[in-house]
Each structure stands twice: as C-alpha cells, then as structure tokens.
Design a protein around this ligand. Structure first.
Ligand code: 13P
Length: 343
C-alpha cells in the first residue's frame, strides 16, 4: 500500500475547479442511452463516443479524472494510445468502476445490494497495471412507503458492509476508493424524508468503513444531493437543496476526508450545476466539493453526437461547455447568465 500515492491521487481528484467525468455506464445502460439518440450500441460506437469525450481539447482544465468501464480501460483512442495512457498524458487520472451491479437483496423486497467483492483483490491489481488510480462502487438505496418502509436497516447495513470491504481492498492496492451510496430520487417522498434517509445511509457507511480500518484520508465520497422525490408535489429550490445536503454531510462525513463529489442522479444539467455552485459557495466547509456527473455532463454531447462521426466536434463543444460550467460551479463562480454567454 503506497500511502503517498493514495494521498496524491485523492488530492488531484478534487483539485480546485476540476471534477470527475463518470463514463462507466455498463453496456446495458449504454444501450438505453444510445437507443435514445438512435445509435447502435456496438463496441466500436462505445469506443468512439467515450473517445470523443476523453479527447475533447481543453477538457483537462475542468476534468481531473474519468471513471472508465472494464471494456473502455482496454480500448484505444484514435491515435492508437490506450485510453488510460492518453488520459495520463493529459493529466487526467484514469478510474475504474469495479462493482458488478446492484442485485435484488434476498428477503428484502424492493431493495438492492451491490455485488462484486469476489476476486476483487486480483481485479484491482490488474486494473492498477492498466493505469487505474481510483475506483468506484455504487450502492443504491430506495426510499419507499409500505410495511416496512424503505430503506430497511438490512439494506443500509448490507450495502455499507460491501462498500467498506471494497474500500479496504482498494486502499491495499494503492487505489483510491470512491464510495457511492446513492439515495435514489425516484418516488413521491418529501425532501425531509430524503434528508433523513441520506443521513442514516452515510452514518451506516462511515461506521462500516471505520470497522474495516479504512483510512478516511484516502476515500472520496460520491454523494447524492438531498432533493425532493421526483414526483413529490413540492420541489425544493436550489438554496434548500444546498443547505440540507451540506447539513447532512457535515453531520456524517469526517473532516479528514480529502473531498466530496456529487452524482447528478437524473437532475437536469443546469440544476446539477446550480446545486453544486450553491454548496461550493458556502464558507468554512471542511472538504472541497465537486462533481462526478455522468448524465449531467454528457446529455448535451450525446444528443449532439447521435452516433455520427461528423458530429464529433459539435459533441465535444457541448461537453467542454458543461465541464467548464461545472468547473466554475465547484468554485462557487457559476452564474446562470454564463450558460448563454459561453454556449
Ligand atoms: P449520474 O450523474 O448520471 O447520476 O451518474 C453518476 C454515476 O456515476 C452513477 O454511478
């Protein structure tokens, strides 16, 4: 375990004005995204699309790292360089999704537990050789009514345990773990309920990390924001989301941690930017806050690309713009007017 490398990687991931692109969609998720733009989900199309994001000129100003999928970390850019090598030359850290997906949790209807611990030590060693310096593991927590109400204690603790075992294996391999316990925004629940569940989720997660001797100095949290359920009649505004999210983080996340990144979770592109900006503007936060978006960074680029090589430059322009806006938001320097000026 190289602690100097772990510290260096973690600090670089959350360096001021930069954040992470999540481009680690599984082939199934990619299929859904590509279908929405009428593109065939072939291996070559996935390579071409990820390649255009990774090779966007100037994106490295705002992008500190990219989370890759197993297929992508083994693919090459148009110039023949393996993606991890191409990225490292640009000062972008290669990351890798290592979980194998959320599966139904036995005896807990409606809930999931994330799998992927079997053989993980060996897979991490192989990914390190391929250039990965950080990893990601996503757990999903569903909020629901009924008897019992969701999430159950069983679900929170099963996922926390897996996140902790994954994190320990990552640190052992000198790879910084991103822990992503995502509280889903689907449902009609209130923002108050989301806040309660987010707090319980993070408490369980950090208790498990401590129990497994994980060093908080070498972990990055990928948090979901505290928002109103998608179909809740009262949709909280930007300031309320920012205030509740930061309150939960302050209550649960150790100050020793190098940083917190956010997922976008199905929010609109600009809402994800506005929320980050409002939080990053707050004074006296114990950790830097930045983005690790998939959809909120990629949507405009994907729509511009439409599976056509001729649209690659237009797609890169869209990606550069969202990366720029979120880079500003991570410093509390974004304003809605900039969307129009820079677009
Ligand atoms: P979204 O930003 O689209 O929520 O994706 C983030 C992510 O990495 C999910 O695991």
């Amino acid at each position: 375990m190289d602690k100097t490398l772990l510290s260096k990687t973690a600090a670089a991931m959350v360096a001021r004005g930069r954040g992470i692109l999540a481009a680690d969609e599984s082939s199934g998720t990619c299929e859904t995204r590509f279908q929405s733009i009428g593109a065939a989900c072939t291996e070559e199309n996935r390579r071409a699309y990820r390649g255009l994001l990774i090779t966007t000129p100037g994106a490295e100003q705002f992008i500190s790292g990219v989370i890759l999928y197993d297929e992508t970390i083994r693919q090459k850019a148009d110039n023949g360089a393996p993606f991890p090598e191409y990225m490292a030359n640009k000062g972008i850290i290669p990351g890798i999704k290592v979980d194998t997906g959320a599966k139904n949790l036995a005896l807990c209807p409606g809930e999931k537990v994330t799998e992927g611990l079997d053989g993980l030590r060996e897979r991490l060693a192989a990914y390190f050789k391929l250039g990965a310096r950080f990893a990601k593991w996503r757990a999903v927590i569903t909020i629901g009514e009924g008897n019992p109400t969701l999430p159950t204690h069983t679900c929170l603790y099963a996922n926390a345990h897996a996140l902790a075992r994954y994190s320990a294996l990552c640190q052992e391999a000198s790879i910084v773990p991103i822990i992503e316990p995502e509280v889903l925004l689907d449902g009609g629940h209130s923002i108050e309920r989301c806040e309660e569940v987010s707090e319980a989720t993070l408490r369980a997660t950090y208790a498990a990390l401590a129990a497994h001797n994980v060093a908080f100095e070498h972990v990055i949290l990928k948090a979901s924001m505290v928002v109103s359920g998608k179909s809740c009649p009262r949709q909280a505004g930007v300031d309320e989301v920012a205030e509740r999210t930061v309150r939960v983080l302050k209550r649960t996340v150790p100050a020793a941690q190098p940083g917190v990144v956010f997922l976008s979770g199905g929010q609109s592109d600009v809402a994800a930017t506005a929320h980050l900006n409002a939080m990053a503007s707050m004074k006296g936060l114990p950790w830097p806050l930045t983005f690790s978006y998939s959809r909120a960074l990629q949507n405009p680029a994907l729509n511009a690309w439409r599976g056509q090589a001729a649209n690659a430059a237009a797609a890169q322009k869209e990606f550069h713009h969202r990366a720029h806006m979120n880079g500003l938001a991570a410093q509390g320097k974004w304003k809605p007017e900039l969307e129009r000026q820079v677009a």
